[in-house]
Design a protein around this ligand. Structure first.
Ligand SMILES: Nc1ncnc2c1ncn2[C@@H]1O[C@H](COP(=O)(O)OP(=O)(O)OP(=O)(O)O)[C@@H](O)[C@H]1O
Length: 284
């Protein structure tokens, strides 16, 4: 893993308006509040924090799907550099090709009226990245094989498949354009535990195979401990702590991180450690 950041986020704030006020500043919800984070090229960075802490909004902002209020996000893969806030319309397609999203819910994300082949091919066709149907088919078959999908299944419809298979289809669709960076937002949360392990192993092998960099958004710290080499912790829109995974788990610096870690279930039936509840006023 090289230490050069593929994504450099600096002092990022994303505020959503909360209605109008007659006098003074209109009220805003600070979904992301002054966050800085480097995502090194080739890394698998976990982004954790409770519901509403701003994880999805941060991931969407990197993909240029949430409005940046202040600060900057710079993408630099060595071939191309993009200042995400100011991408020119003519460069947008190129950025979308390089930075992709894997959705949470493999049941909702796939159109029931399209074959698996057409679902995977769609981004190539929308972006005009192939010159012929034969070339599209070749690219689809190539990525489907890498995602360990049975090529016979490309003619079928997604309802015929289990949750794990559908998530493989979503992953193939996200990777067919040849991205360098992928946001995986709760990508295994909707799956049974045994299937989760399967998909996590697939993501890790695709990372090595295709030289990908991941931002892996998750509620589940045991999953993050298993796959991520670096972890960032958010709370109420702010970045609380970021560190290599081993270091963060062995020696959490922030009280909120300690509380999160105390909530990981132990496999020891005699372990009756209390779950700590974070109270920012106590630690201020
Ligand atoms: N488009 C929007 N307009 C207004 N508020 C929004 C918008 N998108 C997100 N929010 C708010 O921003 C805050 C952060 O939401 P976000 O979805 O980023 O959190 P999260 O950590 O990903 O939570 P979860 O794990 O539940 O998805 C929440 O209070 C949410 O309601």
């Amino acid at each position: 893993m090289s230490s050069r950041p593929l994504i450099k986020i600096k002092d990022l704030s994303i505020h959503f308006p909360l209605g109008r006020r007659m006098f003074g500043e209109p009220p805003v919800l600070k979904a992301v509040d002054g966050v800085s984070l480097d995502i090194p090229k080739g890394s698998f960075v976990g982004l954790v924090g409770e519901s509403g802490s701003g994880k999805t909004t941060l991931g969407r902002a990197i993909l240029r799907a949430a409005p940046i209020t202040e600060g900057s996000i710079v993408y630099d893969d060595g071939e191309r550099t993009f200042d995400v806030k100011d991408i020119k319309p003519r460069d947008l397609k190129e950025y979308r090709r390089r930075a992709q999203l894997i959705f949470q819910d493999p049941y909702a994300a796939l159109s029931p009226r399209m074959t698996v082949r057409d679902i995977i091919a769609e981004p190539l066709e929308v972006m005009g990245l192939t010159k012929s149907r034969a070339e599209t088919d070749e690219r689809v078959r190539e990525i489907a094989a890498k995602c360990r999908l049975n090529l016979e299944h490309l003619r079928r419809y997604p309802h015929a498949f289990s949750g794990g298979q559908r998530q493989r289809i979503s992953i193939a669709r996200a990777l067919v354009t040849g991205p360098k960076f992928v946001v995986a937002d709760e990508a295994v949360a909707a799956l049974d535990v045994s299937i989760q392990a399967d998909i996590l192993n697939l993501l890790k092998s695709l990372q090595r195979d295709l030289d990908l960099t991941f931002l892996f958004i998750s509620h589940d710290l045991s999953v993050v401990a298993h796959v991520c080499d670096f972890v960032a912790v958010m709370y109420h829109g702010k970045m609380m702590e970021q560190a290599p995974t081993r270091e963060l788990f062995a020696n959490p610096k922030h009280e909120y991180t300690r509380c999160l870690l105390s909530a990981i279930p132990s496999l020891d039936p005699d372990d009756r450690r209390p779950v700590r509840i974070y109270n920012p006023e106590e630690t201020a």
